[in-house]
Design a protein around this ligand. Structure first.
Ligand SMILES: NC(=O)c1ccc[n+]([C@@H]2O[C@H](COP(=O)([O-])OP(=O)(O)OC[C@H]3O[C@@H](n4cnc5c(N)ncnc54)[C@H](OP(=O)(O)O)[C@@H]3O)[C@@H](O)[C@H]2O)c1
Length: 346
């Protein structure tokens, strides 16, 4: 058996840059309901790049993930090498994809040990790389949709505005909502317009040439994956009887990092209340949510059913080996619309 390895990120901060080192790691004993997976592919998400620069360290310390040395990453695909005695749905030798909950020991390693509920068999014909880019981002989307009250049985014909539609969350939102029969207005940079239309957007608005505030207020739901600075203008597109608004680009982690628990927490509360107040004035019964990623079994099942029937697609624009991970972090940090993945050295 080859030695276990991990991509250890020394978190940057102030003038100190982050560093990434592929180093030997300890192999631990499996718990009763856990699966050990030899990781073949793991994705790099924007949160990894941000965490590598110190973002979220205070709030994530509640999950044991606030230290200076972390193994980042939430998504993986690989081959099962061992299962605990309570695991029934996968066996050694199976190709799988899965999610590692946020903590100090993420998916950027040669093998992961995860509770079996976060692992699914990879359907025949599905490439590992195609599945390994989905779990973290789709789960976040799933939670945002749930937060605004959109689901399979009420989404048909609803008008949903997606801001930041050219990014990974936006691309998955367009695909998923159009499958549910919703009409999606994609607000994106001009370079992303063709991609958003191809993925199923009903119409595209170029944020470089059209102001959000000039768009009609006729949306049933709004999703802000673009920037917090636009939150008021995005939710301003709701109509009076709308379902709700969710944003993933809220200042929760950033304020607490910068100002501490008390002052940062109070600043968040004030901003949340102010924004929710604006929304109440427009759409009194609409929900208002700051979405935070959290593993979700229903989201995992939804990804699996999509892989079995009509796979969700996120283009991968950069592959590199774990021991050369810097370029993948650079790709994501530069804001490319495609994802980057790390593959095991052969
Ligand atoms: N709270 C959470 O738990 C959570 C979880 C996942 C993601 N997030 C955050 O949600 C955001 C979107 O995630 P993602 O995975 O989709 O990121 P991504 O793939 O990097 O996409 C972000 C997209 O936002 C658009 N954008 C960039 N600057 C913008 C601006 N100034 N105004 C409006 N849109 C802008 C860009 O698309 P266009 O140029 O085409 O418009 C970009 O591709 C990121 O900030 C991410 O960190 C938060």
């Amino acid at each position: 058996m080859s030695p276990a390895m991990a991509l250890v990120c020394r978190v940057g901060g102030g003038a100190a840059p982050r560093s990434l080192r592929w180093v030997p790691a300890q192999r631990r004993t499996l718990k009763l309901d856990e699966v050990r997976v030899q990781v073949c592919v793991a994705s790099v998400n924007p949160i990894d790049v941000k965490r590598a620069a110190g973002y979220g360290r205070k709030v994530l310390s509640l999950l044991g993930a606030g230290g200076r040395e972390l193994v980042l990453g939430n998504d993986f695909a690989g081959v099962v090498t061992e299962v605990g005695p309570n695991v029934l749905h996968v066996s050694p030798g199976d190709r799988v994809w899965g999610l590692v909950p946020t903590g100090p020991q993420g998916a950027h390693r040669s093998e992961v040990c995860v509770p079996s509920r976060w692992v699914r068999p990879l359907p025949a014909g599905t490439l590992m790389v195609s599945a390994a880019v989905l779990p973290y981002t789709f789960t976040t989307l799933w939670r945002a949709l749930k937060a605004v009250g959109l689901h399979q049985h009420n989404a048909a014909s609803k008008h949903v505005l997606v801001h930041g539609a050219g990014g990974a969350l936006g691309q998955l939102a367009i695909q998923w909502l159009s499958r549910w029969g919703a009409r999606v207005t994609a607000v994106c940079g001009g370079a992303s317009a063709a991609r958003c239309l191809a993925l199923g957007a009903t119409q595209v608005v170029d944020r470089g040439t059209t102001r959000l505030s000039d768009l009609p207020s006729d949306c049933d739901a709004t999703l802000n994956f673009g920037t917090w600075a636009d939150d008021a203008d995005v939710l301003g597109r709701l109509h009076a009887g709308a379902l709700g608004h969710a944003t993933t680009v809220h200042p929760l982690l950033g304020h607490i990092d910068d100002r501490g628990w008390l002052t940062g927490g109070l600043a968040c509360l004030r901003e949340w209340q102010a924004m929710r107040g604006r929304q109440r004035a427009i759409a009194p019964k609409a929900r208002y949510a700051w979405t935070v990623f959290k593993p979700d079994v229903d989201a995992m099942d939804a990804i699996q059913s999509s892989l079995l029937s009509q796979p969700l697609v996120l283009e991968v624009g950069h592959h590199t080996r774990f021991d050369q991970a810097e370029s993948a972090f650079a790709h994501v940090g530069q804001g490319h619309p495609t994802r980057a993945v790390l593959v095991a050295p052969t």
